[in-house]
Design a protein around this ligand. Structure first.
Ligand code: UDX
Length: 451
């Protein structure tokens, strides 16, 4: 076992980003991925998903021999002083997190690890999971130190967020093990400008905090952060619905409300609601976790219900604006990724809106610069995917912007007006220029936003 050798289990967004970055910070990093297809892609120096700058970091780490992709625990874990678990936690049908992979990874590590190995949980797990895993280690007679190290990176800015983090949180019973984990991030910090240069990621501010906590607090910090951000979005969307009725503008409202430093402007953008692999899952996970402890987190039920209603709200508002049924109307849905900068379509509002429109009888044409392939299995029959904005907007009765890609927000309003048959530009992310749209003769519609 070598202090400078670590293993990362799982090559998803979190695992592959962590592995590739640590490989540039003086660590030899095994990245364990059981999926043969994915492993093959990583071995060629690429990621199997789109994330700005990541391919370059993977390729250079492989060239230096510091990143070693493998499907073998036996080869990687015994060599490593620290093992990061970044395996997936899919949803159970009841909304709780499925921890099958989390436990399987911990047990498999326990079978191969040398005594004193630090086992770091980066996967998002309900509070109390670490204690259960510690119990498993004991059962298996494995002398490992468990540390919870929640991950806060966002897809699309995964490298930036990991290099220029606001805070690193680590919690566990063994203080030395917690400090060992924090030190790894301090090492990464030393190399971050250099790595940012390789990945062509902008250099960020340095206000980093290293926060050591108890095990259960660390577990709760992750879901609490995400749940609070989700709450902010649902709150903004509730106010947007009121603004629509009261003839106010939610963007003006949130600009002023968010100018209060105690509140902050971030995550108050109203629109078609949140999607992705984290917020929907973390909110339902927190609700389920609360119930396990006999606590009903009513406020989170409300956030979830508002969010789930937003794609339907957009479709209903579009129909009201049209003033006639959607049947037979040609609607272009621009954006299938759950947000810009990623090809991820998990719980994507754009996909939900496209599916609702087709269910209402509309003829739906979609466009996304990155997410075509990933969206295909989730789109209902009858939805056409095209390769350009022009093709999508051509002859459309209405255009709905569902993801804030620059390419879509920068598309000239005059060109929409020229291509379209109808006049409705529905900006479901509240970020297209309403002035340009109106000047071009389009009817601009947002979510609680008109100006
Ligand atoms: C989130 C957290 O931000 C990150 O810290 C955590 O580690 C993982 O979950 P991510 O899901 O990648 O990251 O994306 P994020 O940028 O947070 O956006 C999530 C969703 O909320 C997107 O669908 C986005 O469009 C939506 N959103 C975000 C809004 O609708 N309004 C906002 O004001 C902000």
């Amino acid at each position: 076992m070598n202090a400078q050798t670590v293993t990362v289990l799982g090559a998803g967004y979190v695992g592959l980003t962590t592995a590739a970055l640590l490989a540039h910070a003086g660590y030899t990093v095994y990245v364990v991925e059981p999926n043969k297809e994915r492993l093959k892609v990583i071995k060629t120096g690429r990621s199997f998903f789109f994330e700005e700058g990541l391919d370059e970091v993977i390729r250079t780490a492989l060239d230096m021999g510091m990143l070693v992709p493998t499907d073998s625990y036996k080869k990687s874990v015994p060599e490593s002083s620290v093992v990061f678990s970044c395996v997936g936690t899919p949803d159970n049908p009841d909304g709780s997190s499925n921890l099958t992979y989390v436990f399987a990874a911990a047990e498999e590590t326990a079978r191969h690890a040398k005594p004193g190995t630090v086992y770091v949980q980066k996967s998002t797990v309900p509070v109390g999971t670490g204690t259960r895993i510690e119990g498993k280690f004991e059962e298996l007679n494995a002398n490992l130190d468990y540390v919870s190290n929640p991950e806060f990176l966002r897809e699309g800015t995964a490298l930036y967020d990991t290099l220029f983090f606001d805070r690193v949180v680590a919690g566990g019973r063994n203080k030395a093990a917690v400090n060992r984990v924090l030190e790894i991030y301090m090492d990464l910090e030393k190399f971050r400008d250099h790595i940012a240069h390789i990945a062509r990621v902008r250099i960020g501010a340095r206000g980093d905090q290293y926060i050591a906590t108890t095990l259960n607090s660390a577990e709760l910090i992750k879901v609490t952060s995400n749940a609070f951000l989700a709450l902010k979005i649902s709150f903004a969307n509730s106010i947007a619905i009121l603004a629509d009725k009261a003839d106010a503008d939610v963007v003006e409202v949130m600009d002023a409300v968010g100018a209060d430093n105690r509140i902050g402007r971030a995550f108050l953008n109203a629109g078609r609601g949140y999607g992705g692999g984290c917020f929907p899952k973390d909110v339902s996970g927190l609700i389920a976790s609360g119930l396990d402890y006999g606590v009903d987190l009513e406020i989170m039920h409300a956030a979830q219900a508002v969010n789930e209603s937003m794609p339907g709200y957009v479709v209903d508002k579009l129909q009201d604006t049209l003033g006639e049924p959607l049947t037979g109307k040609k609607v272009a849905v621009l954006g299938l990724a759950f947000k810009a900068g990623t090809s991820d379509v998990r719980r994507s509002p754009g996909v939900a809106i496209a599916n609702k429109l087709v269910a209402a009888g509309a003829q739906v044409i979609t466009y996304d610069p990155q997410a075509h392939e990933e969206a295909a299995p989730d789109l209902r029959d009858g939805i056409d995917q095209v390769k350009t904005i022009e093709k999508a907007a051509d002859n459309a009765d209405a255009v709905v912007i569902t993801t804030e890609w620059d390419e879509i927000l920068d598309f000239e309003a005059h060109d929409f007006a020229r291509l379209m048959k109808g006049k409705i530009l529905f900006d479901a992310v509240n970020q297209y220029s309403s002035v340009e749209a109106s000047t071009a003769g389009l009817t601009y519609v947002g979510v609680g936003h008109t100006t």
